[in-house]
Design a binder for this molecule. Structure first.
Ligand code: XUL
Ligand code: CO
Length: 440
């Protein structure tokens, strides 16, 4: 059965196309610097937003009625798998991502939940055998069910810690079964509401114990996925432990986990932390910790995680700049952790949303590649720091200077001259490259 029967395969038609169901900039086969766009961008569809979400928000029920919504339980889960692979094929995406509860309903016991998963995982595996779409990552949802009210691995309740460990064990087995490239931990409720009832030290020690157990078990069963932490500063908890990349990195280093993990960076989480998307990518990159990306965007007028499809070309360009400078995403990808607006309730909107997101990153890729080819910002930055290439600067970076030596040098300085940072000029160049690429 076809769930999206009015929609044909989405093809690249170029920037002049008026076809709403065509890519204008994303040409999967176009080669950029020796690799195809498809290979560089590694797009993924988020199962939860695309096949499970109904547009409900804290103020109202869902607005979207999907073609599988007349079914319930395992029947609906199976219909979703059928719809998902039709969607992946029509959109021609290489990857998808899911939480355990996205693909199969929870049973009344852990055993029953695992059995439900086994049924759906077997079905997904069968579909994957003839599909090009692979699993970018999977994860365990340890935030929706009321048992996680006080956290999962950071719960005050050891039974919840144990239950969460069992969920991750199963999720790792599922990841191995389906050949996942990565395994994600987003600490949905791993944080606190008030210090008045919180033993932060124990909670963080336990979180580290939990991660070590996961790493050990993956090794034991031969699941060689890249482990990823997805930082987010708040929501649903007031303060989440994996606040941002810098905080996450210091946690990983403290607990001897830094060589086992990288980061899955989400744009809207970056902005919630008071950073730009590119800041988080940059911090991860310079520390060799950039693993994968949850592509979306927030709304500057709203202070929460709106998970909008990415349409801001500055943001996609600066993100792709970091990704290219990183030498690509390796085993990671660009997963659309993005949802259609509540008012966009038709299945067609699911296609429009992914098309605009994929086109947005394709533009970003082209602009970033040109900027790097021309070494626009790189040469400027090299020049800006050239005082460290010779003289006293070279002595500083080579570790040959101490305070006494620097004082002697400074006492002889008659004048200190600084150069303009040229922020506005550089932004003008960025505009020029963007417009030239789009209109070419
Ligand atoms: C929540 C979020 C999650 C993670 C996976 O803000 O981003 O969907 O990506 O658990
Ligand atoms: Co995410």
């Amino acid at each position: 059965m076809a769930y999206f029967e009015n929609i044909n395969a989405i093809k690249y038609e170029g920037a002049s196309s008026k076809n709403p169901f065509a890519f204008k900039y994303y040409n999967p086969e176009e080669v950029i610097n020796g690799k195809t766009m498809e290979e560089i961008l590694r797009f993924g569809v988020a199962y939860w937003h695309t096949f499970d979400a109904d547009g409900s928000d804290p103020f109202g029920v869902g607005t979207a009625i999907r073609p599988w919504d007349h079914l319930t339980g395992l029947d609906r889960a199976k219909a979703r798998v059928e719809a998902a692979f039709e969607f992946f094929e029509k959109l021609n995406v290489p990857f998808f991502c899911f939480h355990d509860v996205d693909i199969a309903p929870e049973g009344s016991t852990l055993r029953e939940s695992n059995q439900n998963q086994d049924i759906i995982v077997a079905m997904i595996k069968e579909y994957m055998a003839t599909s090009k779409t692979k699993l970018l990552w999977n994860t365990a949802n340890m935030f929706t069910n009321p048992r996680y009210v006080h956290g999962a691995a950071t719960s005050n309740n050891a039974d919840v810690f144990a239950y969460s460990a069992a969920k991750v064990k199963k999720a790792l087995e599922v990841g191995k079964e389906l050949g996942a490239e990565n395994y994600v931990f987003w600490g949905g409720r791993e944080g606190y509401e008030t210090l008045l009832n919180t033993n932060m030290k124990l909670e963080q020690d336990n979180l580290a114990r939990f991660f070590h157990m996961a790493v050990d078990y993956a090794k034991e069963i031969g699941f060689d996925a890249q482990f990823l932490i997805e930082p987010k500063p708040k929501e649903p908890t007031k303060h989440q432990y994996d606040f941002d990349v810098a905080t996450g990195l210091s946690f990983l280093q403290k607990y001897d986990l830094a060589d086992k993990f990288k980061f899955n960076i989400e744009a809207n989480h970056a902005t919630l932390a008071g950073h730009t998307f590119e800041h988080e990518l940059h911090v991860a990159r310079i520390n060799n910790m950039l693993g994968s990306v949850d592509a979306n965007q927030g709304d500057p007028l709203l202070g929460w995680d709106t998970d909008e499809f990415p349409t801001d070309l500055y943001s996609t360009t600066l993100a792709m700049y970091e990704i290219l400078k990183n030498g690509g995403l390796g085993r990671g990808g660009l997963n659309f952790d993005s949802k259609v607006r509540r008012g966009s309730f038709d299945v067609e909107d699911l296609f429009h949303a992914h098309i605009v997101g994929m086109d947005g990153f394709a533009v970003g890729l082209k602009v970033a590649n040109k900027l790097l080819e021309d070494r626009v910002f790189e040469d400027f930055i090299d020049d800006r720091y050239s005082s460290y290439n010779e003289g006293i600067g070279l002595e500083i970076v080579e570790g040959k200077a101490d305070l006494r030596k620097l004082e002697a040098y400074a006492l002889e300085l008659t004048e200190i001259k600084n150069q303009s940072g040229r922020t506005e000029r550089l932004k003008a160049i960025l505009n020029q490259y963007l417009l030239e690429t789009i209109t070419k």
